[in-house]
Design a protein around this ligand. Sequence first.
Ligand code: GLN
Length: 536
Amino acid sequence: MTKHIFVTGGVVSSLGKGLNAASIGMLLESHGHNISLQKFDPYVNVDPGTMGPFEHGEIYVTEDGAETDLDLGHYERFTNAVTNRDCNCTTGSIYYSVITKERQGKYLGKTVQVIPHITNEIKNCISKLATTDTDIVISEIGGIVGDIESQPFVEAIRQFGREIGRENVLYIHLTLIPYLRAADEIKTKPTQHSVGMLRQAGIEPDILICRTEKALSDEIKEKLSLFCNVDKESIIEEQDVKPYLYEIPLLLVREGLDKIILKKLHLHSNGDHLDRWLNMLNILKNAQTTIEIALVGKYIAHQSAYESIYEALTHGGISNAVRVKVRRIESGDIEKEGAEKHIQGCNGILIPGGFGERGIEGKIEAVRYARENKIPYFGLCLGMHCASIEFARNVCGLKDANSTEVNANTPEPVICLLEEQKNIEKMGGTMRLGAQKCKLEPDTIAQKCYGQEIISERHRHRYEFNNKYRDIFETKGMVCSGRTIDNELVEIIELKDHPWFVAVQFHPEFKSKPTNPHPLFSEFIKASIDNGNNKF
Ligand code: GLN
């Protein structure tokens, strides 16, 4: 029978529930269990795909093309679980499904209500992940306990626990123990209140994970145990680990969390196999050389707008045993002050995905700087569009080249709307999304990186390289090194006369893991190290 772990949050949001759920998943895998992870988001959007990066941070794309919360990225980076559209449900998607059934007359004349119809739908979403080969499902409830929006989710997980038996369920509550500098004290009261709120909703947490700046004394643990009704050994201290996120599982192991979970859920262990993870951390923490990558984007100010890219760059560093520092550059600043001032001294340049007109000229200028100065360049999605526009303008002499996303009437539309997108009116979930196959040309950088002919990568875009320009591009030295299997769409372009200039239509960052870095990121970092060696 599949066991279930529910992770809730208290006191404040942004405590790292996703990272903790992912770390717990990774630890249970290390003991030999198959796990699945899922996130419930209490907002009303059906998915985060229509939200801007400033609003929501990165949109993570799954193999099956769901636009999801970035916590799913943590799940895939920390564990072997492959997420899909069932792994991220929102209030919006739950209601959408219930309302669709109501319109189909499926409730047979009943009044449709939050309880039982919405809560049943939430429980169905949990059950869907409990397949025969899954030992443990870990479900994270977004937001914090006590939010109006999260009430149906909290009620659903309470009912779920009752239905499958308390011995098969674990409730883990992540909370904050604030430190008051003026009083030089850490305070347990906010946690007492948030656990109180959970208990009012009928849930007794089994384990508390306490985010804290200072170590928790025995006395504090006893106080928490007594007032929150949680065993003292299940009060887990978690101090900040920045900058090494991948250390979180080890903090939890140090506190014995993995053993406590196994015991409480009556699960066996075939030994903890953490060697690969420990090796990875060792390389990450002991890297002697630091290289600097310029990331030119327009959501730089948002901490997690490029989450998977920052992580994938770190992974590329791990495979080359260097530390990667990212210089976050606002493309608007390049527009105002030129590329040289902001990019000078960086070992490599990366332009990430993005939407709309703002900032595009700064990115195109950054591409020119990379191409002319032979600095390794890696373009992702919009970063490939910018590379194409720059090449068309400055190498092919097509001065007015542009993407029709930026200028619908450009005389030289090197990037234009995908054919299949032309009649689409609804915005949610309608891009070219998810994993698609791509065929690589022999003897190209791309083919050498992957070491195979057919690859599969995840997509999220509406615009695409215009095939009308393939010939002139190839004559002038740009190679189309990857195409869709039917040869219709250009997926990768790279420059011949340059040490490392690769731009891809897809998002390789979503598939990179610390223990299995993506080959394009590894090779980009390698080329960037070489660039530094040549220069200094
Ligand atoms: N805005 C571009 C498009 O829709 C690029 C998308 C992206 O970078 N993810 O095609």
